[in-house]
Design a protein around this ligand. Structure first.
Ligand SMILES: Cc1cc2nc3c(=O)[nH]c(=O)nc-3n(C[C@H](O)[C@H](O)[C@H](O)COP(=O)(O)OP(=O)(O)OC[C@H]3O[C@@H](n4cnc5c(N)ncnc54)[C@H](O)[C@@H]3O)c2cc1C
Length: 471
């Protein structure tokens, strides 16, 4: 075993094995070699750029509804190379941007239906993977959200009040004792628990979906990069595909596509994973089931228990790189790995000496209004979905199904949902974009530290940051 090294080559305390390499999940199942690289121009019904969950689900529902359609996917590297093969494995029903925000612009009943559709999407992913024999190691255990200082308790109380207005969320308030029954996180004062979340193995889900859509006759041209996406045509570095419908499913990579630089910014999220914990360690931290876990910090962290008894925990390291730059194959700075390790140890002091197995990073797409969208224009035949911020694993399923409905010209309960055809203004140009996002995360980080040091409620700086960001 070698030591984990950050992207700058520096050592990280108390760790073993590697960093980068796309993700631990892909290292575990083996990195694929790109296949079916585009060799000739083609004329098809539907072209989908991006073979992450969004593109794969859109292809799946199109191919199952209309086996006669010719569907081609264009993927610059291989299936699941992006966030879909790197994420924290929360198959969560969370609505990006929150229900209250949507209730300001849409009827309450419609917003409630959106939440119900997201809840059902978690079960849809479980049902389809079972039916199609994709073993993505899914376990539905809900989510525990712990409050560990007075300010976090204040936000937990506000979330509890909100839950009364939105019973679809299924949130339940837990006392410290009740929370400890689920997972013993140091310093927990109270918690919320909600049932609509499962843990998954992200790369197994992506690779499995890839196998399924290929078996349905969809061709996935890996190792093929789209350099222009326009009505009825995708120009790639290997040839041109003409199609009646062209769908963009490039999420955090969208800014690199000509004409899309300011549509969604790529925000970075990083993860670490431990070596397997011993039975005594699990006993000490009392994490008995497969609840996913987060806290009420502003710069929150998220964790899951894997089937082979590791903890994978993620959070924002350096949230944004100048001019929408992205990591190289998941390489992660040593400072970020150390920050995540500190969060892990502060949650679970009894496992402070557990070695880390791996660290990696990826990008997620963030629209200026922090709300995801599914859109399709029947005149140009162009569609896209994404901007899920950090909650896209289940949302991509609903988005893919909705894109399929829209392409097929069907009006369904999904095509009525409030995220369809959401429009957000473009992000500010540089240097404003870089300065704004860096300052925002600095403010949130400062507020988190301050809230632990004081007995008061949510920091005023964090409230101001919420107003500025439009979160
Ligand atoms: C570290 C991390 C942790 C996360 N944790 C969670 C979580 O626990 N739960 C949750 O719900 N969400 C999580 N997310 C977000 C979630 O993973 C994403 O929202 C989701 O995977 C997006 O899927 P996608 O298919 O839209 O995009 P992606 O999976 O990013 O796929 C886009 C694909 O497009 C390809 N592509 C891009 N440009 C081109 C081009 N020009 N030509 C050809 N191909 C191109 C890319 O190679 C990529 O494969 C996390 C994200 C990250 C980075």
């Amino acid at each position: 075993m070698t030591e984990v090294r950050g992207a700058d080559g520096s050592e990280v305390a108390g760790t073993t094995t590697g960093s980068g390499g796309v993700s631990y999940w892909y290292q575990e199942i083996g990195l694929p070699t790109p296949s079916d690289v585009l060799e000739d121009d083609a004329d098809v019904d539907v072209a989908i750029v991006g073979a992450g969950y969004t593109g794969l689900w859109a292809a799946y529902y199109l191919a199952t509804a209309r086996p006669d359609l010719q569907v081609r996917m264009i993927e610059q590297r291989y299936v699941g190379y992006g966030a879909s093969g790197r994420n924290g494995g929360w198959l969560t029903a969370a609505v990006t941007g929150g229900l209250d925000g949507y209730a300001k612009t849409h009827p309450r009943e419609l917003v409630a239906r959106f939440q119900q559709a997201m809840n059902a999407s978690v079960d849809e992913v479980i049902a389809v993977t079972e039916r199609e024999r994709v073993d993505a190691e899914i376990r539905k255990g809900g989510t525990l959200m712990v409050a560990r200082n007075p300010a976090q308790q204040e936000r937990a109380a506000a979330a509890t009040a909100r839950a009364r207005a939105w019973p679809e969320l299924g949130h339940q308030w837990l006392s410290r004792e009740e929370a400890d029954e689920r997972i013993r996180v140091a310093g927990t004062r109270s918690a919320l628990w909600e049932p609509h979340c499962a843990r998954v193995h992200p790369a197994k889900l992506a690779a499995g979906l890839g196998r399924v859509v290929r078996s349905l006759g969809v061709r996935i041209h890996e190792g093929t990069r789209a350099v222009e996406i326009a009505p009825r045509v995708v120009v790639t570095d290997r040839g041109t595909i003409r199609a009646r419908h062209v769908l963009r499913a490039t999420e955090g990579f969208t800014a690199a596509i000509p004409g899309q630089r300011r549509t969604w910014v790529p925000l970075n999220s990083s993860m670490i994973i431990t070596e397997p914990l011993t039975d005594d360690m699990w006993e000490a931290i009392g994490w008995r089931h497969y609840d996913t876990l987060e806290d009420f910090s502003h710069v929150y962290s998220y964790a899951q228990r894997t089937l082979d008894n590791r903890i994978a925990i993620g959070g924002r390291g350096n949230p944004y790189r100048w001019a929408s730059g992205i990591d190289i194959d998941g390489e992660t700075p040593a400072g970020t790995i150390e920050t995540l390790r500190r969060v892990l140890v502060s949650w679970f002091p009894p496992i402070r000496d557990v070695p880390l197995a791996h660290a990696w990073s990826g990008v997620l797409g963030v629209p200026r209004n922090w709300r995801a969208t599914v859109a399709y224009d029947p005149h140009s035949g162009l569609g896209q979905a994404g901007g899920y911020v950090g909650t896209g694993v289940a949302a991509a399923n609903l988005a893919g199904r909705t894109l399929a409905d829209l392409v097929l010209g069907e009006s369904t309960e999904r095509t009525m949902l409030p995220w369809v055809d959401q429009r957000a203004r473009r992000w500010e140009p540089e240097p404003l974009r870089w300065l704004g996002i860096q300052s925002l995360y600095r403010a949130y980080g400062w507020a988190d530290r301050r809230e632990f040091a004081s007995a008061r409620g949510t920091s005023r700086l964090a409230r101001a940051a919420d107003v500025v960001s439009g979160r």
